[in-house]
Design a binder for this molecule. Structure first.
Ligand SMILES: C[S@@+](CC[C@H](N)C(=O)[O-])C[C@H]1O[C@@H](n2cnc3c(N)ncnc32)[C@H](O)[C@@H]1O
Length: 311
């Protein structure tokens, strides 16, 4: 797909500019650079930014972002890496402080529009689903190699799919005839496993579940948060946009735990503070998209944006 045809509307643009980045921000780590939509907005609104490092696993997105951000090439660095490698990126490119970390999780709209990436059930394509084209382990290896139990767990845990076990049994039966290689084959199995009225929801849930498993999305999110809090200094901020309840649960738990002082019961007091809070919450409850934004950009429908600052 050519750069010119790639398109993605950045979610919560105003909120990123008003609640995450601010007039003292000197650098940004944009873990999910995509096509550079948020990056462009941030550069325009905050010309004082000295260094903006964006990572993406999708090499095509990085190329497009480099093109889109040409005007800022003296301050912009694009790195083909997982955002969970933030520690390595920070070691290679020391961030002037205060730093802002932005994670806008999941797929871009054009991932779903490009059938060759295999993210969508709406058009036939290879069963790929990996953000990185270089990744050997993809959805095809999962559906053809995992046990019924593991396939069921993936669809239940990541997709909350009620017919997970039935679909897993049908996947294993089908692959005994011939390995599954196309999204249309997975789609047909799902459609045959559920009531016609549940087909659309089941397709969305199962495709999402396999995408999350293929990219080990929850694992990399947890790792990235741990490493981010480790390297953040006082005044640095982190903002995470999640689109799935399991992602938001991970972010919420980390934010809540780290925003409370650590206490321990001793023989003198029930609540001795042993360590002060590490962060303060900029958003007490997550920011969601307005009805107007949802109307214009349906992808924003499920977003939850949480922001915290290191104390
Ligand atoms: C929702 S899009 C980001 C859109 C971007 N904020 C914008 O405004 O254009 C998510 C991007 O993150 C990338 N991505 C997802 N998980 C990643 C990870 N663990 N590490 C690096 N990039 C990742 C995807 O390839 C995709 O390009």
């Amino acid at each position: 797909m050519l750069h010119q045809t790639l398109k993605h509307d950045s979610v919560l643009p105003k909120e990123v500019l008003e609640s995450l980045v601010h007039s003292k921000t000197q650098s940004v780590f944009d873990g999910t650079l995509g096509l550079g939509g948020h990056a462009d907005l941030i550069f325009k609104a905050y010309p004082q930014i000295k260094l903006y490092v964006g990572t993406d696993l999708d090499g095509q997105h990085l190329d497009a972002a480099r093109e889109n951000l040409k005007a800022y090439e003296d301050r912009f660095i694009g790195v083909e890496a997982n955002f969970s490698q933030i520690d390595e990126v920070a070691a290679a490119h020391p961030f002037p402080r205060p730093l802002c970390i932005l994670l806008d999780l999941g797929v871009c709209s054009n991932h779903l529009d490009d059938e060759s990436k295999g993210f969508s059930h709406q058009a036939d394509g290879p069963l790929h689903m990996a953000f990185s084209a270089n990744q050997a382990h993809n959805c095809q290896t999962i559906v053809n190699e995992q046990s019924v139990g593991e396939l069921t767990r993936i669809m239940r845990d990541f997709g909350e799919e009620p017919s997970a076990h039935r679909i897993a049994l049908k996947i294993v039966a089908a692959r005994e005839e011939k390995p599954l290689t196309r999204t249309s084959e997975l789609k047909e199995i799902i459609e045959k496993s559920v009531h016609p009225r549940d087909r659309k929801k089941a397709l969305t849930r199962v495709f999402q579940a396999f995408r999350m498993a293929t990219n080990q999305e929850l694992h990399h999110l947890s790792l990235a948060l741990d490493k981010s809090f480790e390297l953040m200094e006082s005044g640095d901020r982190i903002g995470v946009m999640s689109y799935h309840s399991l992602e938001d649960r991970i972010v919420k738990k980390q934010f809540q735990t780290r925003s409370r002082p650590k206490t321990e019961a001793t023989k003198f007091s029930l609540h001795d503070v042993v360590e002060p809070a590490e962060i303060k919450l900029i958003t007490k409850s997550p920011i969601t998209a307005s009805p107007a934004e949802i109307e214009e950009n349906p992808r924003s429908r499920s977003v939850k944006f949480r922001i915290a600052e290191k104390i």
